[in-house]
Design a protein around this ligand. Structure first.
Ligand SMILES: [Zn+2]
Length: 59
């Protein structure tokens, strides 16, 4: 395994719901631009942010 790539090299975003930073995950590879939440729980929108939760509420 190459040592040049570490977790620190992964793209990160800040969750729109909980405000915590989270790192790129393989399951988001094709959808990273649209990802706004760190988890399904946050995506479900316990605390809606500017109505984004409704838009991203899919599955
Ligand atoms: Zn979150």
């Amino acid at each position: 395994m190459p040592r040049g790539v570490s977790k620190a090299d992964l793209p990160t975003k800040v969750c729109a719901t909980c405000g915590r930073p989270f790192a790129w995950r393989k399951k988001w590879a094709r959808d990273w631009e649209a990802v706004r939440y760190c988890s399904d729980r946050c995506r479900a929108g316990s605390r809606p942010a500017r109505g984004a939760a409704a838009r991203d509420g899919k599955a």
